[in-house]
Write a new protein. Structure first.
Lengths: 366, 294
């Protein structure tokens, strides 16, 4: 039981809970307690340290900004206006708050506000849907398009859009890069002849990819019903991020252990069997490393691309909040930052688990 | 006409403009059902020789013939047991053997294939490890899987490239016996490459030494006229066994010495005076030296 739990948590990358499990099972108290401190208590303390540093830094920045505001008022309009400014700032009036890095408390407040906003919007949406349900049925019977909710998306909706975009882009990258990588890995001629293309396209900025995709998609897709901004952004994300998989796949396939190739030759495997039974499993570890890099690059370039493509995801959320300049905009941007980081971390972990499930252990080769 | 025949085979490797002739003028004839061992030093081109027969390499000059036909590449008529097992680590024992069976007996039904695979796993005494992966097996067990895989292809010739040299002496002994037992069931033609003279004498009908490379060529053959089955422990006291072993070893050492003499290189040895650290004179403790780090 205990060993099974430990095995599972190690497998999903939560190995730091191991001493707790051992402690609960009543195993070697002294050693496990010190392990709990090392692996759980200190990391949590480090988070608090980070929050404290942030809080201190934010309040320093807040004071500097407030001081500057008051001084400016004093030189521009005299002592009376400066006193009024001090009073205004102290009263907490939104109109005269110094605009700077928000503190952790403000960010937490913004997070709650966003959740509340989401609840309100989804309520509205539900109401709208129940109201229009009957009308939509009639319209459907007549063969007309149903009425859909066209209000502003909530923060959670935007996260959903971003995840959808990343996922579509990632799939596109995998579908393009893995087969081409295999072909390039199998043929040294193709590898050298396409190498220059890869070297040139790999460092191209996401913004340029977006413009390139825009030029092509704009001409090819004229149907106004299609969500063009989504199509453009997911294709750009895919094209930006596929290079790591492409290079790693061709590398993995071209460096398969010679012994395995000899086995495949001696057993006279046909091309399909050779690729699927020998070459691919042997290069899985490298292909998966490539896919993991691809996923993290996809998530990284997403913000810039959504921002430019006007796709209603986290990227445009960040940009809109920045343009908006409301009192809690900065805090909302930081919330988005943590959400992006958290989801990126989660995706990486999921990929690691999948990798462990489908690939053999490199140590097994010995 | 011999079953497997090598005629004036030459093989060399090129690196840039430098050509190293590994094998030179190899002539070998193996009759059907014969068990031949080739014994040689490491680096004498033994693996190259077996790769020429299994079709992974081709000779520069000369011919390799199986039943009178030139070998044009690897084929299911020659089963190979590699030195480093070469099992696919992501497949189980069963799947590893099935991979070979699937390819060669593609017209059999699923049930027949399954029975075929299980028969060969049984033959090498690995039924308990059918669903284990190579990483969970010991070296000896892995090599048994490799043997089972080669045999499951139902080859006409069994080629073994130092199959036991990575194993410890005890496992070696048992596996030698097992391989011989399996071989004696249907007496397939077998070629064993080894660096162990005893192994050759215990297993083979004929031993042919391979002179050390470069330009390695085959030496005179030694016929083994020991009764089968040969008992590994009893054979050690057999005078015929001792005579054969001495003859072959003598021959190998002789050609090895020739080889060394053939190269005229002289090595100048430096003049060294022995130094006794930590003891200068009896009774007087040597001052400990302080190591300076900075």
């Amino acid at each position: 039981m205990k060993d099974k739990i430990i095995k599972t948590i190690r497998f999903i990358g939560l190995g730091f809970f191991e001493p707790l499990v051992r402690l609960a099972a009543g195993e070697d108290q002294k050693k496990n307690l010190s392990d709990v401190f090392k692996k759980i208590v200190f990391p949590i303390l480090s988070i608090f340290l980070f929050l404290a540093l942030w809080e201190g830094g934010a309040s320093y920045l807040y004071n500097t900004e407030a001081q500057r505001k008051i001084e400016k008022e004093r030189t521009d309009r005299g002592d009376e206006a400066a006193a009024a400014m001090i009073a205004c700032i102290e009263s907490g009036d939104i109109s005269c708050q110094p605009n700077t890095l928000p503190s952790p408390t403000q960010v937490y407040g913004a997070y709650k506000a966003l959740l509340k906003d989401h609840n309100i919007i989804s309520k509205k949406k539900e109401d709208f849907e129940s109201k229009t349900a009957k009308i939509n049925e009639k319209r459907k019977a007549k063969g007309q398009d149903p009425i859909t909710y066209t209000g502003r998306p909530s923060f959670v909706d935007q996260i959903g859009t971003s995840i959808k975009t990343v996922f579509a882009g990632f799939l596109l990258a995998a579908i393009i890069a893995i087969p081409i990588g295999i072909i390039m890995g199998l043929s040294p001629t193709l590898r050298t002849s396409f190498n220059w293309l890869i070297q040139i396209f790999k460092p191209v900025s996401p913004v340029v990819w977006l413009l390139l995709v825009f030029m092509i998609v704009k001409t090819l897709i004229s149907n106004p019903d299609l969500d063009k901004s989504f199509i453009i952004s997911f294709i750009s994300v895919g094209l930006c991020s596929m290079w790591a998989t492409l290079v790693n796949t061709s590398m993995g396939v071209s460096t398969v252990d010679k012994d395995f190739i000899n086995v495949s030759k001696v057993l006279k495997l046909n091309i399909g069997q050779n690729i699927f039974k020998v070459v691919l499993p042997a290069s899985f570890p490298l292909i998966f490393t490539g896919l993991r890099i691809t996923l993290s690059v996809a998530w990284m370039v997403l913000i810039a691309i959504e921002l430019l493509a006007q796709s209603p995801g986290l990227g445009s959320f960040v940009w809109e909040e920045f343009q908006n300049g409301a009192n809690d905009s900065n805090a909302k941007i930081i919330v988005a930052m943590f959400v992006i980081g958290g989801i990126g971390f989660l995706l990486e972990r999921i990929m690691l688990v999948i990798q462990k499930l489908v690939t053999f252990n490199k140590a097994d080769l010995a | 006409m011999a079953f497997l025949e090598l005629r004036n085979v030459h093989k060399s490797y090129k690196t840039g403009n430098e050509v190293t002739e590994v094998l030179s003028d190899i002539n070998l004839e193996i009759e059907e059902g014969e068990f031949v061992a080739i014994v040689g030093f490491t680096g004498s081109g033994k693996t190259t020789l077996i790769n020429l027969i299994n079709g992974l390499h081709f000779p520069d000059k000369g011919e390799v013939l199986l039943k009178g036909k030139t070998i044009m590449g690897p084929g299911p008529d020659r089963g190979v047991v590699f030195q480093n097992y070469s099992l696919l680590p992501w497949l189980t024992v069963y799947q590893n053997i099935m991979l070979a069976v699937n390819e060669i007996f593609s017209d059999l039904s699923k049930k027949e294939k399954d029975a075929h695979v299980r028969k060969y796993i049984e033959m090498v005494n690995l039924s308990h490890a059918t669903d284990k992966r190579p990483s969970e097996l010991s070296g000896g067990m892995r090599q048994r899987v490799s043997v089972a895989r080669a045999l499951a292809m139902n080859p006409e010739v069994l080629l073994m490239d130092e199959p036991l040299s990575a194993l410890d002496a005890l496992t070696r002994g048992t596996l030698q016996e097992e391989i011989i037992n399996i071989w004696s069931q249907d007496k397939k033609t077998a070629l064993l490459i080894t660096n162990d003279v005893d192994e050759g004498i215990i297993m083979a009908d004929r031993i042919i030494p391979l002179k050390p490379g470069p330009k390695a060529t085959l030496g005179p053959e030694f016929k083994i006229n020991l009764e089968r089955p040969r008992d590994v422990t009893a054979i050690n006291k057999n005078p015929e066994f001792k005579r054969l072993r001495n003859d072959i070893l003598e021959y190998l050492i002789e050609v090895g010495a020739d080889r060394r003499q053939a190269s005229n290189q002289k090595y100048e040895l430096p003049r060294l005076n022995p130094v006794m650290p930590g003891r200068v004179r009896f009774g007087i403790k040597k001052e400990t030296e302080k190591t300076k780090y900075f």
